[in-house]
Design a protein around this ligand. Structure first.
Ligand code: ADP
Ligand code: MG
Length: 261
């Protein structure tokens, strides 16, 4: 207990919440995803191996502080609020647990979209997609950035549901949902990245039902209520705190360094 507290203090990791799991000091301690059957366990073990290889290929020697604390919390299925400075590796802090969650790909292949990663701009969504592709090397998982063109071209052939991971802005996801092109009934994880910037992205000149909060509410309502939720941000201003309070359930809250709020 005290060792853990000292370790966190040394790395500038602050945590709040009930039963916060110990930080992950090394990638090699990455837990295997929780599974329900022997076949799923085998598949999860394969997923863990592929993930460790992909991390090794990235030349990352150790997890960053936000990764150390967010990965085990998310791997336990907890909702997470994480605030850490720009450039501190927040993307992998949720992409790694997302890829663990989708561990049983041999068993659950073609189930539809199970992870929804939301970002304030299409450029950020494209960056997240690149990180997902890199870390999903050696896996059968499919990820895509939702665009107008993709929605138009995805009728038939299983449509968007042939992807496991969908990355986009809340506005784009809501449009696809309303048009019937997108189904979120299989989603197990929703991440809001750059949550502070999401607020700037959707404010001026929009109808009340199209504010960012309303869009997020509409998306969450279309997902199973049991879907895990996580919120990542560089800052912890009042907007982000308010969003966290309304969206997260019994979260593990993590902040790294002095949040530049
Ligand atoms: P943030 O979202 O917090 O601004 P990013 O996720 O964009 O940060 O990561 C910033 C950079 O750090 C990226 O180039 C990423 O590949 C790299 N990175 C991520 N995790 C690690 C790690 N554990 N060790 C070294 N570099 C890392
Ligand atoms: Mg980021």
């Amino acid at each position: 207990k005290e060792e853990i507290a000292a370790f966190r203090r040394r790395l500038g990791i602050k945590v709040e919440g009930s039963d916060v799991p110990a930080p992950l000091a090394e990638f090699s301690q990455l837990p295997a995803a929780k599974t329900r059957s022997a076949a799923a366990a085998e598949s999860a073990a394969h997923a863990r191996g592929a993930l460790l290889s992909a991390i090794e290929a990235s030349d990352w020697t150790e997890p960053t502080p936000v990764q150390m604390q967010a990965i085990p919390a998310m791997a336990e299925g907890r909702d997470v609020l994480a605030a850490a400075p720009t450039g501190s590796g927040k993307t992998a802090a949720y992409v790694i647990p997302a890829l663990m969650l989708l561990g049983g790909d041999a068993v659950t292949k073609g189930e539809g979209i199970r992870a929804l990663l939301l970002a304030p701009t299409r450029e950020l969504a494209a960056q997240i997609h690149r990180e997902v592709e890199r870390l999903a090397a050696g896996r059968k998982l499919k990820a895509c950035v939702l665009s107008k063109a993709l929605v138009a071209g995805s009728r038939g052939q299983g449509g968007l549901a042939k992807n496991d991971i969908l990355i986009c802005t809340p506005m784009r996801a809501v449009a696809a949902l309303r048009s019937g092109a997108l189904t979120l009934t299989r989603v197990r994880l929703v991440v809001l990245d750059e949550a502070d910037k999401l607020f700037d992205a959707g404010r001026e000149g929009q109808a009340p039902e199209d504010t960012f909060i309303a869009q997020v509410d509409e998306l969450l309502a279309a997902c199973p209520s049991t879907a895990q939720r996580a919120l990542f941000s560089a800052t912890l201003g009042p907007h982000v705190k308010e969003l966290a309070t309304s969206v997260l359930r019994d979260p593990v809250s993590i902040s790294i360094g002095t949040p530049n709020a």
